[in-house]
Design a protein. Structure first.
Length: 153
């Protein structure tokens, strides 16, 4: 059974829009409510290798958090949208401890809170960085960031 078929079978009802983007690259979407169950299932698959990283993209009114999960044969990018006004996802640190650093990075740069993560302290941003300023969100242009930082001095 191919990795794509295995994902479709094992995660039926928990994911949608599963497609092979190109050879050995699979993309899928899930809802916030299904995230932990999907990650737990993926981590138990025989073919599972590791969580490569967690990234995010500002797509307007939402932040799309992307979990890049490697298998021995392919890479799955599992996408979860969260609204900018309430960017909260459940942590997966208890399922995959290596996710701790990735969740902190996404929290620093996009303002996504990972409910249940015991340490969301800044990991990339300097001491004294202003609260509520998430530099990779589209509303924070270089000019606006620069003006905000000058006001703090």
């Amino acid at each position: 059974m191919s990795y794509l078929s295995q994902i479709k079978t094992e995660l039926r009802g928990r994911i949608r829009e599963v497609r092979e983007q190109r050879d050995r690259r699979i993309s899928a979407r899930t809802a916030k409510k299904n995230l932990r169950a999907a990650i737990a299932k993926l981590a138990k698959l025989e073919d599972y290798s590791h969580l490569s990283t967690i990234t995010a993209v500002d797509i307007g009114s939402e932040i799309e958090v992307i979990y890049h999960i490697a298998s021995k044969t392919a890479l799955l990018s599992l996408k979860v949208p969260v609204p900018k006004e309430d960017p909260i996802l459940p942590t997966i640190v208890d399922l995959i401890p290596g996710a701790a650093l990735y969740e902190r990075e996404v929290h620093d740069l996009f303002g996504v809170d990972f409910e249940g993560n015991p340490d969301l302290s800044p990991v990339l941003l300097p001491d004294g960085w202003p609260d509520g300023v998430y530099p990779l969100r589209k509303e924070w242009t270089p000019g606006r960031l620069s003006r905000r930082m000058k006001r703090r001095r």
